[in-house]
Design a protein. Sequence first.
Length: 177
Amino acid sequence: EDNEEMGEEYLFKIVLIGDSAVGKSNLLSRFARNEFDANTKATIGVEFQTQVVEIDGKEVKAQIWDTAGQERFRAVTSAYYRGAVGALVVYDISRRSTFESIKRWLEELSTSCDTAVARMLVGNKCDLENIREVSTEEGKSFAEEEGLFFMETSALDATNVQTAFEIVIREIYNNIS
Ligand code: GDP
Ligand code: MG
């Protein structure tokens, strides 16, 4: 059936969170435009990108929000989280400190959102195997403890980027239908 004709519309707000330079903006540009930028500047002007995905024959619009670099100052605002139904919580597998920040990001997420949020823990930069500081097992068991989906990705070589977003979108869809 045609959901536009049926008057149904699915618009899911998904937020990207995690420390500065873990690769949030590149995950989004890889997902939305299949692009990677080796020298990303702080995002200016673009608040979110909308990507259309088909699930069970239905058109779902994923509105994915990226920070404008506010995370550097720990100043991500409540407006950023408002209405979010999904989140990719990102760390960099080659920088242990970014993994240690995840607890704080999860706390901020849960205090800022009152509805259930589909959450995926993302260990990005898995192409940097030679300088890895967080093992896959560690990421996986932390995610299990916290009840999160888990995936290691590379925005650089595109490993699992599409899949990570799609799992979150599918989970949101399952939660509401
Ligand atoms: P953000 O601050 O979290 O938005 O991070 P950016 O997307 O701006 O990326 C920060 C830096 O990490 C940039 O130099 C990117 O080119 C680099 N980067 C992002 N993703 C990857 C990845 O998957 N692998 C590698 N090797 N570098 C990445
Ligand atoms: Mg960014």
